[in-house]
Design a protein around this ligand. Structure first.
Ligand SMILES: Cc1cc2nc3c(=O)[nH]c(=O)nc-3n(C[C@H](O)[C@H](O)[C@H](O)COP(=O)(O)O)c2cc1C
Length: 177
């Protein structure tokens, strides 16, 4: 697919067909991203954890009380992890990898949605409920404390065409000195 088409076609998709995503396709996409995503000082601090097990996806969907429930019906998810021992810029590296991952997903005919984890509270209006990351770490049985969870990319074959986004003044986002 042409670069411009990939960029334009990437839209957050929160409802998927109940159609399995081939492991070989996922492996191809993830190895491509792992290989080509740039990272600060070439530290390669980002790694990926694939989840297809329905019972785990259902538990993951409960990580927050807003913006994550749809994960319970997604055919697959990729947890994007950053190694904070490799670089202090692990978050930036994760975000770049996750963005490239969403583009690669589109290029292969699939759709996705970013669910943010790092620093996000489990409950929108109750800071005492703790952090989504701590809950997810438990669900995924992550042992390495240095592996931080940036986000989860829910993915599958789209069940609908997302509505166009509201127009906005994108030209004012560009300034020249
Ligand atoms: C850093 C980041 C965090 C996001 N977190 C969530 C999230 O937790 N849950 C969700 O449903 N969508 C999330 N999104 C998707 C955005 O809501 C979406 O990208 C935005 O509304 C624009 O729509 P589009 O992706 O279809 O262009 C996130 C996107 C980004 C880039």
């Amino acid at each position: 697919m042409e670069f411009v088409d990939v960029v334009k076609k990437r839209r957050s998709t929160r409802r998927f067909l109940q159609k399995e995503v081939d492991d070989s396709l996922l492996k191809e996409i993830l190895e491509f991203v792992a290989r080509y995503a740039p990272s600060s000082r070439n530290t390669h601090s980002t790694s990926f954890l694939v989840v297809k097990d329905r019972s785990i996806l259902e538990k993951m969907a409960l990580m927050r009380d807003y913006g994550s429930a749809f994960l319970s019906l997604a055919p697959a998810a990729v947890v994007v992890l950053g190694d904070e021992l490799k670089t202090d810029l692990y978050r930036e590296n994760c975000a770049i990898s996750a963005t490239l991952l969403q583009a690669a997903i589109v290029d292969r005919g699939l759709s996705s949605c970013w669910i943010h984890v790092l620093d996000r509270p489990r409950e929108k209006d109750n800071a005492e409920a703790g952090l989504a990351e701590a809950y997810l770490r438990d669900v995924l049985k992550l042992k390495d404390d240095n592996l931080r969870i940036e986000c989860v990319i829910a993915l599958g074959y789209a069940d609908y065409v997302p509505k166009p986004l509201p127009e906005f003044d994108y030209q004012s986002a560009v300034k020249w000195l």
